[in-house]
Design a protein around this ligand. Sequence first.
Ligand SMILES: [Zn+2]
Ligand SMILES: [Zn+2]
Length: 295
Amino acid sequence: MLVTFYGVRGSIASPGPSTIKYGGNTSCMHVRLNSGENLIFDAGTGIRKLGLRLAHNDEPLVLLLSHGHWDHIQGYPFFEPIYQKDREIKVLQGVEGNAQELKALLTQMDGSYFPVQAADLPSRLSTVTEVDAYLAHRNFRTERQAINHPGGGFAYRVEEDGVSFAYVTDNELFPPGTAATSYDQWVAFCEGVDLLVHDAQYEEADMPGKHGWGHSMISQVRKLAVDARVKNLVMFHHDPERTDGQLDEIALASASYFRGQGARIGSWVAAEGLVFNLRRASDPLVKTIEIDRIE
Ligand SMILES: [Zn+2]
Ligand SMILES: [Zn+2]
């Protein structure tokens, strides 16, 4: 399983001299499974570059949206495969019977917000509304969990050939009021995962003003990583104001936190181009994670 980060920023794209190292594109991740399937998590502005890469093959593409907020759909009109004749793209609609996310994805291509209209695209877009039934019949195993976020949405956990990956973005671990998913349920959902990608948009200084906005504090996400005994944590969905220098400091503080806890957890700050190659070695107890960075 090859996991590549194409957009790591939350809320709005934030290019500029202070975000060169980690990147300014909004949420998009690519997971290439050993089975040859391509899972794309979210269609923020990072999907543009991913689309240029995927345009050179004809493998099936499956788009899984965490939810329909702008920073998770705004790159879709610039996704090259949608302009390829008969290219098959499946969109998994997050909530059965609720077409809001899909509607947002396509209505931004209505001729007003964007010159090309969705109905005129030559690719073949199909939607899957019975998501759980669809996922139950794949070569890989996928679970979903409701995120604590205004308007709702889903986190995903994918397992294939003995390795696992979880994508939990736009999730407030301790929201005001009743949580869609409790902290203990998150611990169970993320338990033992090889690579946990989790929303870590805020720091203590952002609270209490942004309590209820649907994002977690970095300190809360670190605690989740320890409690769920994950192997690697990637802090994701950076605040648009977070500079490279601040993210460097967060990386150091996180490594030091895990050392202090006696936890052997790989600690990472999400950056565009970061690649994790997760695979199980011939010894079933040994897992290999190679880390690379692409342009
Ligand atoms: Zn977001
Ligand atoms: Zn959101």
